[in-house]
Design a binder for this molecule. Structure first.
Ligand code: DLL
Length: 436
């Protein structure tokens, strides 16, 4: 089933014409409503009238996370505040989160695009669909929630945590679909085992997994342990949230909702366009967004895009699995974490030396973060491990990190000189998670 064939299966030439029209409108809109973009376009000597087809997109300037940071909180907002009806926030690199405001029309388009994804997975009005992404500032919970309601299935707003209760509800209510991070799905499978709940007692049939990298091996394991078919769901807050791309029944890449989010792949160094079939950095331009529209936003996600026809009949290009990121962002339990955020917290503590290491691991299918940091010589004492000020320091640092990162981290304060020193670029992060 296709939710909106008039858009998802539109002939390519008609789509290109539509996209060209929308791009012209979008450039005109930001030119008149966002001083940041007007300045950038004027610097390049471009006016909206220079944008007459979708191919003209390469004339436009790129936007980066740094631009969002520099314009914190509302500098890139195009719509007047009175038109904004929702605000989400996602991690930034230096403590300032990225703020994204949505108008009523934006929320409608988000719901529409999310319904397209769910329909491609096979969800229909008879399903009971549990949303186990975090609700709140993160876009995962409410984003999928609105898509399920818009489609007409029943949504169970489970959010994260309370896994045993969630498993019981899935069993007792006959829940048929679930959306969560792939690692949380595996954690759920483990909880089921501990509770002696077998997949044969569940009616789960469809899973929508994303917000963090995962692999085909994880897909197999989730499918086998939960007894469902697992689909990829991709998105990012800056562009909208979950719904930017989705797998269909052929699972040969994720179809991009390109009538709303126009994709390009560029070389992350030269920023030159890269043809279909070759890998590079994914860049999106919002074609219809009112709240915070973005031109050529550099996602830092590396992948390959394909445009060979898909047997499902959708005409949109598909993105392959993400191959990594061109920056140092970590995704831990679905939350974006930048090592620089940890550093900025450590630097506020006079007892800590500026030597630290982040160790990311996966224990019982849950990501863990350990932060090791050296204490300064003058705070060092005999009986180090049991020395009360050290234990207090670990606690204080741990709670500060929690409030900045939104996830808990285990803090280990180390003796001076114990962490590895490197010549040249230091290796601050050890990621032990093996994604096979
Ligand atoms: O993670 C939105 C989302 C929620 C997507 C629920 C899917 C499901 P952010 O917190 O802004 O938004 O993080 C965006 O997460 O640039 C990717 O690096 C990564 N990411 C998102 N989906 C996938 C996926 C949400 N399916 C960043 N596979 C993106 C791999 C993903 N990585």
């Amino acid at each position: 089933m296709i939710w909106n064939p008039s858009k998802e299966s539109l002939a390519l030439d008609q789509m290109r014409e539509y996209q060209g029209k929308m791009l012209h409108r979008m450039v005109d809109y930001v030119y008149h409503n966002v001083p940041f973009y007007r300045n950038k376009l004027q610097e390049l000597d471009i006016t909206p009238n220079d944008i007459n087809s979708i191919d003209d997109i390469t004339k436009l300037p790129f936007t980066t996370k740094q631009d969002l940071r520099d314009n914190y909180p509302f500098g890139l907002q195009a719509a007047p505040q009175s038109e904004i009806i929702r605000i989400h926030a996602s991690s930034g690199t230096t403590g300032n989160p990225t703020i994204v405001g949505y108008t009523r029309k934006d929320i409608g388009i988000w719901s529409e695009c999310m319904s397209r994804c769910l329909t491609a997975y096979g969800v229909n009005k008879s399903d009971i669909f549990s949303v186990a992404y975090g609700y709140g500032l993160f876009t995962g919970g409410l984003g999928v929630h609105y898509g399920v309601e818009n489609l007409g299935a029943a949504v169970l707003p489970a959010s994260t945590g309370g896994t045993e209760k969630h498993v019981r509800l899935i069993r007792d209510l006959g829940v048929t679909g679930i959306a969560c991070t792939p690692s949380y799905a595996l954690h759920m499978a483990e909880t089921m085992e501990k509770m002696n709940v077998d997949r044969s007692q569940l009616k789960l049939r469809i899973g929508a997994f994303g917000a963090e990298p995962w692999t085909d091996a994880m897909r197999d394991e989730i499918e086998q342990r939960l007894g469902l078919k697992a689909f990829n769901l991709y998105g990012l807050s800056e562009i909208m949230g979950p719904c930017v791309s989705y797998e269909c029944e052929n699972q040969n890449g994720s179809h991009i909702n390109w009538d709303h989010y126009y994709p390009e792949i560029v070389d992350p160094v030269t920023l030159e366009p890269v043809p279909y079939g070759q890998s590079g950095e994914l860049v999106f331009t919002t074609l219809t967004k009112e709240g915070m529209p973005l031109l050529r936003y550099r996602t830092r996600d590396l992948c390959t895009m394909y445009n060979d026809p898909c047997p499902c009949g959708r005409t949109s290009p598909r993105m392959g699995r993400l191959l990594g990121r061109s920056d140092d962002m970590l995704i831990i339990r679905g939350i974006n974490v930048f090592p620089s955020q940890v550093e900025s917290v450590i630097l506020t503590m006079p007892q800590c030396a500026p030597f630290y290491q982040l160790i990311v691991d996966r224990v019982n299918n849950m990501d863990t973060l350990t932060v090791q940091v050296e204490v300064r010589q003058e705070y060092f004492a005999q009986g180090f491990d049991t020395f009360e000020p050290i234990i207090a320091l670990e606690k204080e640092l741990s709670s500060k990190l929690r409030s900045v990162l939104s996830i808990s981290a285990k803090v280990e304060v180390k003796q001076p000189g114990t962490l590895q020193r490197c010549e040249g670029k230091n290796k601050f992060v050890i990621d032990k998670r093996v994604l096979k």
